[in-house]
Design a protein around this ligand. Structure first.
Ligand SMILES: Nc1ncnc2c1ncn2[C@@H]1O[C@H](COP(=O)(O)OP(=O)(O)O)[C@@H](O)[C@H]1O
Ligand SMILES: Cc1ncc(Cc2csc(CCOP(=O)(O)OP(=O)(O)O)c2C)c(N)n1
Length: 567
């Protein structure tokens, strides 16, 4: 703060930075401009790492990923109106994914906005944010900044994590108040996500169901990964011997080659299981809403979730376990006597037999892809898989359609929270923002496996990656199209709606990074090995057969039926 005469003064921008530091915020992701450029400068000068992006959507996705990885809310900083709106996709996606983040946006003058007198970047941002965020607040006085930051942080991480919007008008950022009054107005949030243990009766209800099950199954969701209850989850699964299915961002909670994983027999497991324990996983579209015939019509669900209202959202929950994953799993371990839960051998044998079949079929597809020319998705992905096996600390970011489905099933994870992808909403554009957050928060290498259309949504952040010299290798599976690239041009001569054409390897060269073009799996292997060894920004443009891929990948059935259009 400054001193005018005897009185020491501070202002809104200083109070925001002091409040963030008091609450142990270590990084802010954003795009500067009126009225928050000086806020970014001050944050950086105060020891908070400021990461400047090219688009607020990527900055917001980075903040959300930081929240998922650290359980502390990622902070996204934007300007008013258009910058604020650009951030909303990420704020909404964080809320859908249950990732904690806070978007702080400067906003216009209340007396002008509320009378709609036409201010610079005029918008009622608080009203707009409310419908897309877990919560939204506005600060009207500098002395309320500490309260606003504390409130936003607690709301973001308590209960079901999500995205919180904090609106700070330019006038408040510039408001000058007494420094001592300002310091006294700040506080640090205490224990925002306390442990919640279910009562013994709830535990016994679940244990009884699992003990009497003929074909039990555990489904691990990204809520289980977020909870950082890795040891409790591993101990419960291995002690009971129950088969488990990891959802995409729960991969690595147990190594994907674990003998109890049913990832390779997912359909059979869902169709036959008679008691299913959902752990931090919603029965939403990703799990067919729990409906038959995908699921056994007589299935009984146990659900472990921090959000009590999630239960019964889709199917009756026979054994609700409301609490945080860590506390619930530890309580179950403590209350389950040895030998109490033992999955019958016929169930495990049935799964093992089907797994052997499915793995055999996949092996044939993989072998064919190894030598296919032009290169196919699975040719490039096997090369990536093999290099990643030697780099278990590398984070994997993944988006696209075929690029997403095939990479999820080809690249096994060995450690928790090292796979970040399009998530519940299936959002394109998370790629480079998630990759930047993983690199900034961990210091470890990141491999972003991108469909060529998906890459395009955040591709300009290659410049951000190069500017901060981050160890991120972007692998573009380039089949020259959205889903695929072999559609014929229209009669007018315009390219088909799904067509794309790009040499992405030349793009990164413009920002000082190293670009590779790979047309065979061996070239992918060599490029990825070299890029990871260098630990510098790199992009490998994998030239994939344009005829390889299916429209919308595994979810083509979601396209409207209607009268089919000639493709
Ligand atoms: N710490 C936690 N403990 C228990 N449940 C949690 C925790 N954090 C998030 N959740 C819950 O985890 C669930 C995540 O579900 P979802 O995103 O559908 O996972 P997936 O897509 O991997 O199946 C949400 O219902 C959320 O309320
Ligand atoms: C913000 C947003 N806009 C559009 C879409 C719709 C979509 C879903 S998947 C996808 C890209 C598929 O092409 P890509 O080349 O990335 O992958 P591949 O199949 O491997 O070739 C789009 C555009 C979504 N989900 N989100």
């Amino acid at each position: 703060g400054d001193a005018v005469g005897a009185q020491r003064l501070t202002d809104g921008i200083h109070l925001v930075v002091d409040a963030l530091k008091l609450n142990e915020v270590e990084a802010v992701y954003g795009v500067v401009g009126i009225p928050i450029t000086d806020l970014a400068r001050l944050a950086q000068a105060s020891g908070i790492r400021y990461v400047g992006f090219r688009h607020e959507s990527a900055a917001g996705h980075a903040a959300a990923a930081a929240g998922f990885l650290t359980r502390k809310p990622g902070i996204c900083l934007t300007v008013s109106a258009p910058g604020f709106l650009n951030g909303l996709v990420a704020l909404a996606n964080a809320t859908v994914n249950c990732f904690p983040m806070v978007q702080i946006s400067g906003s216009s003058e209340r007396h002008l906005v509320d009378l709609q007198r036409g201010d610079y970047e005029e918008m009622d941002q608080l009203a707009a944010a409310r419908q897309f965020a877990k919560a939204a607040y506005r600060v009207h006085r500098a002395e309320d900044i500490g309260r606003g930051i504390a409130r936003a942080i607690r709301t973001a991480v308590s209960g079901r994590p999500g995205g919180v919007y904090l609106d700070i008008p330019a006038a408040v950022l510039g408001e000058v108040i007494d420094a001592d009054l300002g310091a006294a107005s700040l506080w640090r949030v205490v224990d925002p996500a306390p442990r919640q243990v279910p009562e013994p009766a709830a535990l016994d209800r679940a244990i009884e169901l699992l003990a009497n099950a003929q074909r039990p199954l555990v489904v691990l969701g990204k809520g289980a990964a977020y909870a950082q209850a890795d040891e409790e989850i591993r101990e419960f699964v291995e002690r009971t011997g129950i088969p488990y299915l990891p959802m995409s961002m729960a991969k690595g909670l147990l190594p994907d080659d674990h003998p109890q994983s049913v990832a390779s027999t997912r359909s059979l497991a869902l169709r036959r299981a008679d008691v299913v324990m959902l752990v931090g996983a919603r029965l939403n579209w990703l799990l067919g809403h729990g409906d038959a015939p995908q699921w056994n019509p007589d299935v009984k669900f146990i659900q472990v979730d921090i959000a009590s209202t999630e239960l019964d959202s889709n199917q009756p929950i026979a054994a609700p376990l409301v609490g945080d994953v860590g506390s619930v799993m530890q309580a179950l371990i403590d209350r389950t006597g040895p030998g109490r839960i033992t999955p019958p051998a016929p169930w495990r044998d049935e799964l093992a037999a089907r797994s052997a079949d499915n793995v055999g079929k996949m092996a044939k597809r993989l072998a064919a892809a190894e030598t296919a020319h032009p290169m196919r998705f699975l040719g490039a992905l096997q090369a990536v898989r093999d290099v990643l096996r030697d780099n278990p600390r590398a984070y994997v970011v993944n988006e696209g359609a075929n690029a997403l489905d095939l990479a999820r099933n080809t690249i096994g994870m060995q450690v928790p929270r090292h796979r970040l992808d399009s998530g519940t909403w299936g959002v394109m554009g998370i790629g480079l923002g998630f990759a930047i957050a993983a690199a900034v928060e961990s210091g470890d290498p990141v491999v972003a496996i991108e469909g060529d259309s998906a890459f395009g949504f955040s591709g300009m952040e290659l410049e951000t990656i190069c500017r901060y010299d981050l160890p991120i290798v972007t692998v573009v599976l380039n089949n020259s199209g959205v889903y695929r690239g072999d559609a014929a041009a229209s009669e007018s001569g315009d390219p088909a709606p799904t067509a794309l054409q790009a040499r992405h390897d030349l793009m990164i060269a413009a920002f000082g990074g190293k670009g590779y073009r790979a047309t065979t799996p061996d070239e992918v292997t060599a490029a990825l090995r070299e890029a990871l060894a260098l630990g510098k920004p790199a992009l490998i443009d994998c030239v994939i057969d344009p005829a390889d891929g299916t429209e919308s990948g595994n979810i083509a059935h979601l396209n409207p039926k209607g009268i089919t259009v000639q493709r």
